[in-house]
Design a protein around this ligand. Structure first.
Ligand code: ADP
Ligand code: MG
Length: 474
């Protein structure tokens, strides 16, 4: 041993990369440690297999290039997965504490006020069989979460976090449209960490967090409130978009965040859009949300939708023919919750009538869920045609991509009306309006709402248009 020692080259490589990458990127990925050198190779340890695969993909070539430039030799890198304990992670030499210059960095061990926490890592009762966690749904576990191309990055990151909370990806933000599995994934992390480590987990929606905080102010119990949240080992806050405009709650969450983050406690958020698209959020809280790992959930492909439905059928222990599963998957594309709702409807009907589900009965049962005319026989196409005609625009322009002012306003108005009088989701509407993102639709509707406040006459235009739309087919 000791024949080879390339550690100086490694150190220099790291310091060069540190100056080349953004702070956030460096802090996130350069959480590897030098272990040993071998013949033309360096072994680094990383906290998880997921982490290793990501680092390989992102940086292996670049790191080896640097090692070559520095040493003049072809030095390869090998990875070793070694789950560090929380304590090691605290004091680990490559823990990127110094990479947030704007933060107060405590060089020594973190002083943390929870009595249970003083002087050691949390107690990890591995084998103990635990009752289910009171705030987490029992069925929101990884075993019930189907991984497809739309969510594999998020799901693998989630598993890595659950296995090693507070170490590698902290905080983590999971974002994506309605019904795509954010809550399921977040609670799956909680459930697994709870089962395996028994750490103190708090799950709460941003809405309830706000309500509790308001109650605490009212009853002068804010200190209890603070203690409760700042003593968690893992804090899961669902749907943070709700915090927009809630300034005092944002402030409180900011301090909670800092306390937990400084103590290497895992924090996970979900949001219905990327944080950059949230409005009325303090800059400092935004920067906390954006720190760490941000992963998104996309709508599932047809194959993944079929797999999800099959999984649900299996867990419910019922029989649904494959052609019925395919039928549902074909007709509902943007939201897993809607997929499930169709299935539930069929199962309920079958139980009620004591008849098996067949393709014919399913088609009949789900006709109104599937068919384009969702409500009052109004289709998006009708709305687009009527609005285009009213503003003397072409229908193609209205639903197309042009972004001139003359088109943008009528288009936003059409989106707004579609939101009001149909059941289409913003994702579905986005697709019908030139393949746009659901956030564009939300933004459009928001613009109209703002204008309505300033311009009451717009209300009567909307009413006129709505009437024209409803009368269109008669
Ligand atoms: P969100 O919080 O993003 O609105 P949820 O987590 O509530 O969505 O998910 C909606 C429903 O869809 C839940 O019943 C959940 O179990 C289910 N679901 C979403 N994604 C998946 C998946 N990949 N595999 C299995 N079920 C899923
Ligand atoms: Mg949710």
């Amino acid at each position: 041993m000791g024949t080879w020692d390339y550690s100086v080259f490694w150190k220099e490589t790291v310091s060069q990369l540190k100056s080349e990458l953004s702070e956030q990127e460096f802090a996130m990925w350069f959480n590897m440690e030098y272990e040993t050198s071998g013949d033309q190779s360096i072994t680094l340890s990383v906290p998880s297999a997921f982490y290793r695969d990501q680092v390989k993909q992102r940086y292996q070539g670049r790191i080896e290039g640097k090692l070559f430039d520095l040493s003049g030799q072809h030095i390869g890198i090998d990875f070793e997965v070694r789950q560090r304990t929380r304590e090691e992670a605290h004091k680990g030499p490559s823990k990127p504490v110094s990479t947030h210059p704007n933060e107060t960095v405590h060089a020594g061990p973190k002083v943390y006020s929870s009595p249970r926490q003083t002087g050691g890592p949390i107690v990890e009762n591995h084998k103990a069989e635990r009752d289910s966690h009171p705030q987490l749904r029992k069925d929101y576990i990884f075993d019930n979460f189907v991984i497809g191309e739309n969510n594999s990055f998020a799901a693998n990151a989630a598993i890595a976090i659950a296995k090693n909370p507070g170490v590698a990806y902290n905080p983590c933000l999971i974002y994506g449209g309605v019904g795509l599995g954010k809550t399921h994934l977040m609670q799956a992390i909680g459930n697994l960490s709870w089962q395996e480590k028994g750490c103190k987990i708090i799950y709460i929606t941003a809405e309830n967090f706000t309500n509790e905080f308001v109650e605490a102010i009212k009853n002068s119990t804010t200190q209890n409130f603070k203690n409760k949240y700042r003593n968690a080992d893992m804090l899961l806050i669902d749907d943070i978009h709700f915090l927009q405009k809630k300034n005092e709650t944002q402030e409180e969450l900011f301090h909670t965040f800092n306390a937990l983050y400084d103590a290497n406690k895992q924090i996970i958020f979900t949001c219905d859009r990327p944080v950059s698209e949230l409005k009325n959020l303090s800059e400092r809280l935004r920067s906390r949300f954006e720190r760490g790992l941000n992963v998104d959930l996309q709508p599932p492909s047809y194959e993944t939708r079929c797999a999800i439905l099959s999984k649900k059928v299996e867990t419910r222990g019922v029989h649904i023919p494959q052609d019925v599963i395919n039928l549902i998957a074909k007709n509902i594309s943007s939201n897993v919750r809607d997929l499930e709702a169709s299935l539930t409807k069929l199962i309920a009907y079958a139980e009620l009538t004591k008849k098996p589900v067949t393709l014919e009965s399913a088609q009949q049962q789900l006709r109104d869920t599937f068919g384009s005319p969702k409500q009052n026989n109004v289709t998006i196409e009708t709305i687009q045609k009527v609005v285009a005609e009213y503003f003397s625009l072409s229908y193609t322009d209205l639903k197309g991509k042009k972004r001139t002012k003359a088109i943008s306003f009528p288009r936003q108005l059409a989106m707004f009306i579609a939101r009001e009088i149909t059941e289409y989701s913003t994702t579905e509407l986005g697709m019908e309006f030139g393949g746009r993102d659901h956030t564009t639709v939300m933004h459009g509707c928001q613009k109209i709402e703002e204008r309505l406040k300033a311009e009451p006459s717009l209300e009567s235009t909307i009413q006129k248009l709505t009437k024209l739309i409803k009368d269109y087919n008669s």
